[in-house]
Design a protein. Structure first.
Length: 349
């Protein structure tokens, strides 16, 4: 298939690079189930940055038999795919149009699993992270210490991060700790290593970003998460994920609310419902006090407000209980989904 036809493909398409030396030896290694690491790079219009990003990636790792580089081209309008193959990428997964960072990330996880990855390392295509930390990320997963290892940036020491971005990073990390009891100081970092099992368990419902949602889901699913301090490279371009502060804040808040609603609905509804019922009870007690002293006629509004708050709180608590029961069904469906993925996401023989 020529390059022109591949660029007009209707669905996701792999572009394979030139065959690597020692193919016969690699096939012999497959017979003894070697350890394989796939480094995936979701990117869009990164033709200028990819050469430097790929040049920093390792081709060999301790305890690993095979390392592959997989570039997920999220509907780029430039020569991202050709540049990736020309600079050593083993394969490029081309999405027919821009689907967003989260969708590209999920497509990369599936593709990496289908290529036989035991560990998947996710790296941004803009060369933001110091790739020298990849061996330690992979080593912690291979050693069984964690299912997900997050490379945490030194947020307060990054000079090109504005103050509001630093505060939002801290807020996101605090939310992850509260929602999933996962201790990660840089929850929005996309520099991570995933075990094969963890990759098959994750589901991302947002099209915008996956960082907070996947950590909350990992904590709720019982996956082990570790943090590893990493360094960053000087910025090469402005962030494309943050086009404006209000947009970024709005989307981040919506992601946080959706995550709480999906994974901890009982607390999401029960806490405000309890506050409503408590406020209603206090206002009702105030009315009873005045009524007992013969001044109830002047406080009928308090009685109405008390009844309204108690009713709203009761309905909210009932919704929370019902939503909590749906969590059980969702977990059963996720287990079935994981079994299906294990059967389908197998590398070709």
């Amino acid at each position: 298939m020529n390059a022109r036809r591949s660029l007009r493909a209707e669905g996701p398409l792999f572009l394979a690079g030139p065959p690597r030396a020692g193919a016969a030896a690699q096939e012999a290694h497959y017979a003894r189930k070697p350890v394989k690491v796939v480094i995936q790079l979701p990117c869009r219009d990164e033709a200028e940055q990819l050469p430097a990003t790929l040049a920093a990636l390792p081709r060999r790792l301790p305890g690993v038999d095979e390392v592959e580089w997989l570039v997920v081209d999220d509907g780029s309008s430039d020569d991202t795919a050709r540049v990736a193959l020309a600079h050593g990428a083993h394969a490029v997964l081309r999405l027919p149009h821009n689907r967003g960072l989260a969708r590209a990330f999920c497509a990369g996880l599936e593709a990496a699993c289908r290529r036989g990855a035991d560990v998947i390392v996710n790296v941004d295509g803009d060369n933001q992270y110091d790739a020298s930390a990849i061996p330690e990320l992979v080593a912690r997963v291979l050693a069984g210490r964690a299912d997900i290892v997050v490379g945490c940036r030194p947020i307060e020491r990054i000079a090109h991060f504005p103050w509001w971005k630093k505060r939002l990073q801290r807020l996101g990390s605090a939310v992850v700790r509260a929602a999933a009891h996962v201790r990660v100081d840089d929850a929005t970092s996309g520099f991570r290593a995933y075990s094969r099992d963890a990759a098959m368990r994750l589901n991302v419902y947002s099209n915008y970003t996956y960082t907070l949602e996947t950590l909350i889901q990992a904590g709720q699913s019982g996956l082990r998460v570790e943090a590893l301090p990493v360094e960053v490279n000087p910025p090469t371009r402005p962030s494309r994920l943050i086009r404006s502060v209000p947009q970024y804040v709005t989307r981040s808040v919506l992601t946080i609310v959706r995550s709480f609603l999906t994974y901890r609905p009982l607390e999401f509804f029960l806490v405000p419902s309890s506050l409503c019922m408590a406020a209603g009870a206090l206002i009702g007690a105030r009315f009873v006090y005045h009524f007992a002293h013969g001044a109830g006629d002047g406080h009928v509004q308090s009685l109405i407000l008390s009844a309204l708050l108690i009713v709203v709180g009761t309905v909210g608590a009932a919704v929370g209980l019902l939503a909590n029961q749906l969590v059980v069904n969702r977990r059963l469906l996720e287990e079935q989904q994981q079994s299906r993925r294990r059967a389908e996401w197998r590398p070709p023989v």
